[in-house]
Design a protein around this ligand. Structure first.
Ligand code: ADP
Ligand code: ADP
Ligand code: SF4
Ligand code: SF4
Length: 595
C-alpha cells in the first residue's frame, strides 16, 4: 500500500485552529517531523513517508480538511500530475484517439478538468514532482509505448493545436464583451460558422450582447466558438449544462460531426444519455473527490456506461461503488403513490408581457413526482408559479386543499453567493427543521455531503457545491409542493442519482408533491411518476398538456423532438437511437418513441 495525505486547500484554516494537526500528531510529539509547517505559505504539510496513518489528525482537524488514504502500491508509478504537497493527484490519463469521440465519466473533483487541461497542453504533467517538474523529454519518455507518447511529442512541438471548451460558461461575460456576431465572426478560422448558425439556431441571439445571454445561450456560443477554430484536438467540458433536450441533441450532433480521421475529440459529460450518444469510447475516472482520481482503461461506450452504473470494472477487477444503480421498470407501473388529489386546475390562460401560456386541466396527487419536459422559455416556471398562487391566471382556477406552501429551487442560483455568511449559518437561517437532528442529517445533509462545507463561505462555493446547498435548502422547508428547476445542473452522475432518490423520498415521507423541470432524460425516467409535456413557441406562446404516465409523456415529448429511445438490454437504462439507424426507423414507423 502507498499512503497519501491530502489537505483541502479551501478547508484548511491554520489561523483559526492554530495547527491542531501538528500538536496532536503522536509522531511530532515524540520528535519525528511527520507534520511540518510551510512557513512561507503558513500551512501544514504532512510528510507522507513518515506518517503512520493513525488518523488522529483527521479526527482532530476542526475543519475536516485532512484525508489519509491507502492506495494499492501499483498506482504509485502511474501518477501523472500532483498540484502540490498534500494536494489532489491524478493517476493515468484518458487516451485521445484520432477519428473517435472519447467520453469521460466520473464524479466531480476526481480530475476530469485536470485531465482535459493536460491534454490541451495548458498544464504540463509533473508526474508527481511538483517541486522539480520534469522536462518535456522526460514526460514523453514516461509515456513510452503508449499512444500518449506521439501525442505529447507533437503537442509539445506545437504540431498539434488544441482548443478547450471550459466547464463554467456563466463566467464568459466577465472576460468577453461585445456582440455574439462580432465574437464568432472574428474567430471563424475555416469558415464553419455558417453551419452552426443553422444547426445550433444562432439567428435569434446573433445581434445580442454577450452580457445579456442566458446560460443555455452562453453554452451554445462557447461550443460554437470551440468548434469553429481550426484545431487538431477539441476538448469539450460539459457541453449540455443549461440546454434543453433538443439543444443538447443538436450540440451532441455538432460535436460528433466535428470529428474526422485526423481529429482528436474528448468530451466530459454527466448527462449519460448524451454522453452515450456522443461517444465511441469512454474512460471512467474513479477515486476520492478532492483527493485523487484514477483513469480507467478505455471501453466501448455501452459497456463503459454499464460498468459505471453497475459500479464494477471487470478488466481492473475493481468495485468503484458499493451498490449498482438500477432502472427499476416496475416503478413505472406504480403510476401514483396515492390516489388522493392534492391540487387540481381547470384550463388556464396566463399572459406575461408578450408571452402567453395555455394550460390544459390536470391534477396532482400526494406523493407524486411530476417531471416537466419542454424547451427553455416555454412557460414551465410560470406554470408552477400559477399553481403556487404567485401568478393569478386570467382565465381558469386552481383548486387546493387548504393552504399550500411551495418551496422553490430556481434555475439560476449564483445569487446565493451574495450571502456573506458560512454554509452552516445560511442553512440554519433558511431551514424549517433542526439541521442537526439525526433524521435531517441522514436524509439530506449526509447524502448531499454538505457537512464538509459547513465552515465555507457561501461566496466561495463552486457551481456543484452551490447546487447541493440550493437543493438542501429547498428540501429543508416545510411545503406541500416542491419545485426543482433544473436541479441536476453541475452535479455529477452519482449526485444526480442521489438527488433523484431524495426527491422521491421527501415526497413519500412528507406526502408532498414535487415538480421537477429537468432536461436529463435518464434522470426524468428515474424520478418521475408522470410527465407534463410543454409545447409551443419559446418566448412567444406555451401549451402545457395534462400530466400523463411517464411512458405516454415521454413518447409524446420524444416524438416532438424527433428522437427515439430504446432500453439497454443489461441495465435497462434509456439509450437514444442514432438518427436513421435500424432501431430508430423501426420505432418511428411503429410510433414507439420511448421503448
Ligand atoms: P473535476 O473536473 O473532475 O471536477 P478537477 O480536475 O477540476 O475535477 O479538480 C480535481 C481536484 O483538483 C479538485 O479537488 C480541485 O480542487 C483540485 N485542483 C484543481 N486545480 C487546482 C490547483 N490549481 N491547485 C490545487 N488543487 C487544484
Ligand atoms: P421556462 O421555465 O420554460 O424556461 P418561463 O416560465 O420562465 O419559461 O418563461 C416563459 C416566458 O415568459 C419567457 O419568454 C420569459 O421571458 C417570459 N416571462 C417570464 N416571466 C415574465 C415576466 N414577469 N414578465 C414578462 N415576461 C416574462
Ligand atoms: Fe488546522 Fe486542519 Fe489545517 Fe491542520 S489541516 S492547520 S488542523 S485546519
Ligand atoms: Fe500524524 Fe497520524 Fe496524522 Fe499521520 S495520520 S500525520 S501520523 S496524526
Amino acid at each position: 500500500m502507498v499512503r497519501i495525505a491530502v489537505i483541502d486547500r479551501f478547508l484548511c484554516k491554520p489561523k483559526r485552529c492554530n495547527f491542531e494537526c501538528l500538536s496532536f500528531c503522536p509522531l511530532v510529539r515524540t520528535g519525528t517531523e511527520a507534520v511540518i509547517v510551510d512557513k512561507e505559505k503558513n500551512r501544514p504539510i504532512i510528510v507522507e513517508n513518515l506518517c503512520t496513518g493513525c488518523g488522529i489528525c483527521t479526527k482532530k482537524c476542526p475543519f475536516k480538511a485532512i484525508k489519509i488514504i491507502n492506495l494499492p502500491e501499483e498506482y504509485g508509478k502511474d501518477i501523472v500530475h500532483m498540484y502540490g504537497p498534500n494536494a489532489f493527484r491524478l493517476y493515468r490519463l484518458p487516451i485521445p484517439k484520432k477519428g473517435k469521440v472519447v467520453g469521460i465519466i466520473g464524479r466531480n473533483g476526481t480530475g476530469k478538468s485536470t485531465a482535459l487541461k493536460i491534454l490541451a497542453g495548458k498544464i504540463k504533467p509533473n508526474l508527481g514532482s511538483y517541486d522539480n517538474p520534469p522536462e518535456d523529454s522526460q514526460i514523453i519518455r514516461y509515456f513510452r509505448g503508449s499512444e500518449l507518447q506521439p501525442y505529447f511529442e507533437e503537442l509539445f512541438k506545437g504540431k498539434l493545436k488544441a482548443v478547450l471548451k471550459p466547464q463554467e460558461v456563466d463566467i464568459i461575460p466577465k472576460f468577453i464583451k461585445g456582440k455574439v456576431c462580432d465574437l464568432l465572426e472574428r474567430i471563424d478560422e475555416v469558415d464553419r460558422l455558417k453551419r452552426y448558425y443553422v444547426t445550433l439556431n444562432l439567428e435569434k441571439i446573433w445581434n445580442r450582447k454577450i452580457s445579456e445571454l442566458s446560460g443555455g445561450e452562453l453554452q451554445k456560443i462557447a461550443v460554437t466558438a470551440a468548434l469553429i477554430r481550426n484545431a487538431d484536438i477539441y476538448l469539450i467540458d460539459e457541453p449540455s449544462s443549461y440546454l434543453d433536450v433538443k439543444e443538447r441533441l443538436n450540440i451532441a450532433k455538432a460535436i460528433r460531426e466535428a470529428v474526422s480521421e485526423d481529429i482528436y475529440l474528448v468530451v466530459v459529460e454527466h448527462d449519460l444519455a448524451i454522453l452515450d450518444y456522443i461517444s465511441d469510447l469512454v474512460h471512467i475516472i474513479y477515486g476520492e473527490p478532492g483527493a485523487y482520481g484514477i483513469v480507467s482503461l478505455p471501453r466501448g461506450v455501452r459497456t463503459g456506461i454499464n460498468a459505471y452504473l453497475q459500479g464494477f470494472l471487470k478488466e481492473e477487477n475493481l468495485r468503484i461503488r458499493r451498490e449498482a444503480i438500477t432502472f427499476d421498470l416496475r416503478k413505472e407501473a406504480l403510476r401514483f403513490p396515492s390516489k388522493e388529489v392534492f391540487l387540481s386546475w381547470s384550463k388556464l390562460r396566463v399572459s406575461l408581457g408578450t408571452f402567453k401560456l395555455e394550460v390544459l386541466p390536470g391534477e396532482v396527487h400526494r406523493g407524486e413526482v411530476i417531471g416537466i419536459l419542454g424547451p427553455n422559455g416555454i412557460g414551465k416556471t410560470t406554470f408552477v408559479r400559477v399553481l403556487a398562487g404567485e401568478i393569478i391566471p386570467e382565465e381558469g382556477y386552481v383548486e387546493k386543499r387548504g393552504s399550500i406552501d411551495i418551496s422553490y429551487k430556481p434555475q439560476f442560483i449564483s445569487y446565493l453567493r451574495e450571502n456573506d455568511i458560512t454554509v452552516l449559518s445560511y442553512l440554519r437561517e433558511v431551514s424549517d427543521y433542526d439541521i442537526s437532528s439525526s433524521h435531517i442529517r441522514s436524509a439530506i445533509i449526509k447524502p448531499l455531503d454538505i457537512e464538509r462545507l459547513y465552515k465555507r463561505k457561501m461566496s466561495e462555493l463552486s457551481g456543484g457545491e452551490l447546487q447541493r446547498i440550493a437543493i438542501a435548502s429547498t428540501m429543508l422547508k416545510k411545503a406541500e409542493i416542491y419545485l426543482f428547476d433544473e436541479p441536476m445542473a453541475y452535479l455529477d452522475v452519482e449526485q444526480r442519482f442521489t438527488v433523484a432518490k431524495m426527491i422521491r423520498r421527501i415526497c413519500d415521507e412528507r406526502e408532498s408533491a414535487a415538480f421537477v423541470v429537468e432536461h436529463d432524460l435518464i434522470m426524468q425516467s428515474f424520478i418521475a411518476n408522470s410527465i407534463i409535456v410543454f409545447g409551443g413557441e419559446p418566448s412567444e406562446n406555451g401549451l402545457a398538456n395534462a400530466p400523463m404516465s411517464l411512458r405516454k409523456g415521454m413518447n409524446i415529448f420524444l416524438r416532438d423532438v424527433g428522437i427515439t429511445i430504446r432500453r439497454d438490454k443489461e441495465t435497462k437504462r434509456p439509450r437514444i437511437n442514432r438518427e436513421g439507424s435500424w432501431m430508430d426507423r423501426y420505432q418511428k414507423s411503429h410510433g414507439i418513441y420511448y421503448l
